[in-house]
Design a protein around this ligand. Structure first.
Ligand SMILES: Nc1ncnc2c1ncn2[C@@H]1O[C@H](COP(=O)(O)OP(=O)(O)OP(=O)(O)O)[C@@H](O)[C@H]1O
Length: 261
């Protein structure tokens, strides 16, 4: 990972007005520098603004005040240079695996020129032989791989992952975590992952950002220096996991928050 700053979030606020006409401070004075090529996870209790922050990075929403830049340019809207993967259900059900991945290229207007790359990305996500299959015929983990390939084929500088493993069973989740690590290394894409899972954040990340709610703020940024491949049952890993859990509980003002550990 380089020390070059890819994205910069400066003094960002985002408020919403809820159904009862109350103002919700979803994000308050967020400052964060994201380095090119790093794996960054954002973790925190429900409602602390994780998705709001990811949507701002994607350009799907704009800050109330403050600024977010990518390579020094202000982010003003969505762009294929920032891929976005949702928790589930983001594939077009009427298109095959191959055609779903092709929509990434079509969105960029480069389908004809780059369609021969689709096979390479299908191979990269380990789905050779599934080209002509429809989303309802594959597992949730396979569908998430397709959603990731659809973004990666556009060579994004950053991939924004909003709990992509949240709806998967434990075995499939662990499998997809390893695939995401492999894709990260191969493509050198900056990864920004929102997760509720402490173990997942610790297994994958160079840095873990802990957020706290009401207002949504960054309460701590932790550097993870454990060597890779990380062993989830090693002493060092478990000590670090307990430490992050403790910080999360301190960051949370909501009683009875549940985490996957
Ligand atoms: N469109 C909206 N209108 C009103 N309030 C909103 C809207 N979107 C988000 N909020 C509120 O802003 C706060 C932050 O929401 P956000 O979804 O970013 O949190 P989160 O940390 O991603 O939560 P979760 O982990 O449950 O997905 C919450 O209090 C939420 O209710």
């Amino acid at each position: 990972m380089s020390n070059e700053i890819l994205m910069e979030i400066k003094s960002v606020d985002r408020t919403y007005v809820d159904a009862n006409n109350h103002t919700v401070d979803a994000l308050k004075d967020i400052n964060l520098s994201i380095r090119r090529g790093e794996f960054l996870s954002i973790i925190g209790p429900s409602g602390c603004g994780k998705t709001t922050l990811l949507r701002l990075l994607a350009g799907l929403d704009v800050p109330e005040s403050g600024v977010i830049t990518l390579e020094g340019e202000e982010i003003k809207g969505p762009h294929p240079d920032r891929g976005y993967v949702f928790q589930q259900g983001s594939l077009f059900p009427w298109l095959t695996v191959e055609k779903n991945i092709a929509t990434g290229l079509k969105a960029r207007g480069v389908y004809k020129k780059h369609k021969n790359e689709i096979a390479q990305y299908i191979n990269m996500i380990g789905l050779d032989g599934f080209e002509e299959v429809f989303p309802h015929q594959i597992s949730g983990g396979m569908a998430q791989r397709v959603a990731i390939a659809r973004s990666l084929i556009n060579h994004p500088v950053a991939l924004l992952l909003d709990e992509p493993m949240g709806a998967l069973d434990a075995f499939t989740r662990a499998d997809l975590q390893d695939k995401i690590l492999e894709l990260w290394k191969k493509n050198e894409t900056t990864m920004i992952l929102v997760t509720h899972d402490v173990e997942e954040a610790l297994y994958l990340s160079d840095r873990v950002v802990i957020m706290s709610p009401r207002p949504g703020k960054i309460s701590e940024i932790i550097n993870i220096s454990l060597p890779r491949p990380r062993q989830k049952n090693s002493q060092d890993f478990m000590v670090m996991r307990s430490s992050i859990l403790e910080k999360l509980h301190l960051a949370s003002t909501i009683p009875q928050v549940e985490y996957n550990i």
